[in-house]
Design a binder for this molecule. Structure first.
Ligand SMILES: [Zn+2]
Length: 120
C-alpha cells in the first residue's frame, strides 16, 4: 500500500478520505495498492496536477531542461506502419520515414518482430 503523492489529496471532500470516530474525524491522504496517475503515484488527475503545480518546476530544474531542440533526422525517423487492405488489396506492412515520407514494404512477420529494424 502506498499513499497518493498529491500534496492536496487530504483536502478533497470525499467519504473515502474520512477517518476516525464521530466527533474526532479527520480527512487523510488516499492510500491504495495501485494508482493510475503520475506514473502510478497519484489517485486522480487533480492530485497529479497538484503535484506538478508544486513540484514540476523543481523537477525540471533538477533533471535538466531541454535547452535546444531535440531533432528527428532521416536516420532515426523510420516508423512501422500498417495499412488495412480493402477490396482486392491485401493488408500492407511497411516502414515509413517521417522525414523523407519514403515507404519500404516489410512482411507481417517483420512488422510483428520488435527487434526487426531496417538496415539504414
Ligand atoms: Zn490523491
Amino acid at each position: 500500500m502506498k499513499y497518493c503523492q498529491g500534496p492536496l489529496c487530504h483536502t478533497y471532500d470525499t467519504q473515502d478520505r474520512k477517518r476516525g470516530p464521530k466527533g474526532n474525524k479527520v480527512n487523510q491522504t488516499r492510500r491504495r495498492s495501485k494508482f493510475y496517475y503520475l506514473g502510478g503515484n497519484a489517485c486522480n488527475t487533480q492530485c497529479e496536477r497538484d503535484w506538478f503545480e508544486k513540484f514540476g518546476e523543481q523537477a525540471l530544474n533538477h533533471f535538466g531542461r531541454i535547452t535546444q531542440p531535440i531533432v528527428l533526422q532521416e536516420n532515426n525517423a523510420w516508423r512501422k506502419r500498417y495499412r488495412w487492405g480493402f477490396g482486392d488489396n491485401e493488408d500492407q506492412h511497411y516502414f515509413f520515414n517521417m522525414i523523407t515520407r519514403e515507404e519500404r514494404n516489410i512482411t507481417e512477420q517483420q512488422f510483428n518482430d520488435n527487434n526487426y529494424t531496417l538496415n539504414t
